[in-house]
Structures are given as C-alpha cells and as structure tokens.
Write a protein that binds this ligand. Sequence first.
Ligand code: SAM
Ligand code: SF4
Length: 330
Amino acid sequence: MSNIIDYLRISVIDKCNFRCQYCMPEGAKLNYLLGGELLTNKEIATLVKDVFIPVGFTKFRLTGGEPLLRPGIVDIVRDIARQPQTKDLAMTTNAFLLANLAGELYDAGLNRINISLDSLNPETFDKIIGNRGRSRWQQTWQGILAAHRVGFDPLKLNVVVIPGVNDREVLDLAALTLDRHWHVRFIEFMPIGNPELFGDRAWIDSEELRQTIRQRWGLEASQVNGNGPADVFQIPGAKGTIGFISQMSECFCDRCNRIRLSADGWLRPCLLNEQGQIDLKTMLRKGMSAIELQQQVKQLLAIKPEVNFKQRDSGTDAGVYTRTMSQIGG
Ligand code: SAM
Ligand code: SF4
C-alpha cells in the first residue's frame, strides 16, 4: 500500500536546552551544527513555498532539537502559515520557553502544538531531562498552561515511557484527559543514537499500558482517530483522548505519510533510515532551480516505500542508528 505523502517535518535546530536521557544523554558525543550549516529562515521559507508546496505538501511540523531556541522561530511560523496551501502547521516542543512565546506563535498562525512531558513529578522530570540545577518542571508546566490559555486546542502531550523511571505514572498522566480536552500520547522508546542506554528492556509495549488503564477506568477506541501514527483511545466519559505510538511493538510504516528535513537541509524519506536522503541545502545553494529541486523531492518520494523503517529487518539499513532524534528532527 502506498500513502499520499503530504506531511513534512522540519527540524529548525539540532541544539536543545534539555538533555533527555533517551535523546541527548549527557556525555553523548553530539557534534552540533555550525551557524552556516543550518538552513537559514529564508531558505526554509523558500523550500516550503517553491519546492514542497508545489509537490503537494500541505502539512508541516516544526521540531528540533528544541525549536523555541531557534532565533526567528515566530517568523518561520508566520512565513509557512501565510501560504494559502498550508492546511496544518504544528510544532513539537519541550515547552520550557513556551510561556512567553505561546501567544506570539498562536497569532503567527501555528495551529497545533505537541509538548513533551514525561513526568508530573518534578524530581523524576529533572532526572529524565538531565537537569541538576533548580527544577525545570514548574516552568515547563507554566508553558503548557500558557499554550492551553492562548487557545491551542487540542493540546497534545507526548510521554516517552521508560521502564523503571516513569512507567508508574501512566495512570496519573492518563488522568489528565479526564476533565481536559488534552491528548496524552504514550510513545515507545526507540533505541536510536543510544541503543545501549536502557539495556535489555528498553520499551514497554503499548498493549501493556492499555491494560493498566483499562483495568482502572476502562478504555474504548476513540472516534477522533487522527491520520498519524497514534492509535487513539478514550477513557469512557473523558474529555480528552489517549494515544499510543507503538513503533517498536507494531510496525506502522504502511501508513506513514511524512518525510523529514533536517536542520542542515538533508531530506530523509524515513526517520530511521538514511538511505535515499538528499542534500537539499547544497542543491539550493548551488543554484538549482525550483523545478529541479521539486524533481529531486519527487524522486525521493518514489523510493520512500522501499526505505521505510521496516526495512531494518531485512538488513538494508546500514548506518540507520547513527543520529539521535535531536539530530534527525524527531
Ligand atoms: N525538543 C522537542 C521535544 O522534546 O518535544 C522536539 C524534538 S524531540 C526530538 C521530538 C520528540 O521525540 C519528543 O516527543 C521526544 O519525546 C521524542 N523522542 C526523542 N528521542 C526519542 C526516543 N529515543 N524514542 C522515542 N521518542 C523519542
Ligand atoms: Fe531536547 Fe526534545 Fe531531545 Fe528532550 S527530546 S533532549 S527536549 S530535543
């Protein structure tokens, strides 16, 4: 089966103000991009307007690293939002800097926001994000509340479930959906960039989490099933929903509708597979025309089904795990 690929995830920066254990663990060797290696704000706008939109892309997500660290992030949002073909413009953020930016981002045309929040317990939160100083939980929570206040609705919270670290909080996090129109999504940890981190049991299968929630409140399939990778459920009578992103226990490559542009301008057909990626930034800087760039993107789309993540099992993925999520643009 082949999907319509109309969704581009754009990483705007590879740096981050957190050091999540599963993404940028302290001590990991991360060679940050230098200023000139990043796509400029203008290049991002040009690629969206003259290359991706003409090829049929209508949905965009800004991510990183931490996108709120990118200078001019509000302008980047505004440039993409004002294209009439843009149907959906979203962002994934850790929310630490969101309290002051939520209003501006909303006014600039950002439609949706996904926030990573792995724990409601400040101590556990700080441990996961690798923070040793004053707790960062409260400021993050204020960022989430600000996003809710300015009108981002529904608000999505992403939780990477780590065995022995935050798995005991699954019910508390699921309870956030009872009286709020929030979507809490549990993500299976992916052993990329740092596969040795969690030893034998890296992730907990989504089905195990569903059982835990089912036993407490019951759980039913939700009517609000998005076209993304999450399987969406609802506690009976709850205002919000609970999603499960199960890329480790269930392969969903067949419904994948996205490709990714890294902060240094590499376009990848698959999150975990570098095969077939193209260096759009260099092509653009060498003066390739918009038509030629569109052709390059079309060729990449044509090979996408062959290089999807599932190919890891058939040995075609040499070098797959060399970049962390922050470097690819998760
Ligand atoms: N800094 C932003 C944030 O954390 O929301 C955006 C970038 S982050 C790389 C995007 C998403 O990737 C986050 O929801 C994060 O939890 C997820 N992520 C990072 N590393 C992961 C891993 N190894 N397995 C599963 N999810 C991961
Ligand atoms: Fe930063 Fe997001 Fe990675 Fe955490 S998951 S280290 S917040 S990029």
